[in-house]
Write a protein that binds this ligand. Sequence first.
Ligand SMILES: [Cu+2]
Length: 145
Amino acid sequence: MLKNYLPVFFLIFLAGCVSTQQTVETTPEIPSLPEGNVTSPPALEEQTSPQETQNQVTIQMIARQFEFEPNIIRVKKGDLVRIEITSEDVVHGFALPAFGINVPVRPEQTTVVEFVADKTGNFEFYCSIYCGAGHAQMRGTLIVE
Ligand SMILES: [Cu+2]
């Protein structure tokens, strides 16, 4: 009688070992946002896999009287966006309010802006430091798809 149960006990023991070994690799990813971050918590669990395969996008941008070039930036939701802005003439500002960004862009210097595009939509950016007659037209759009 007892002999008949022994293999069952053994199997249960084995199953216990196997199942404990599988509960190891669940480390939830918490993306750390760089300085220009947003106040609302990112709700992107459904799209990003729990690895750190975050897509990084680098854009080189020129600021000059009175335009940004490019003035349309297209990225995907979840991208880590890095914009390297160089002024060709006077002091400009780069403001992207939807992502809490507003930085000066000085002549002959490159200002780097980094943020996670954690929401979709069209977001305006514009020059935030008065730079001359056409200052108000110095703007562009960030498109997050
Ligand atoms: Cu300006």
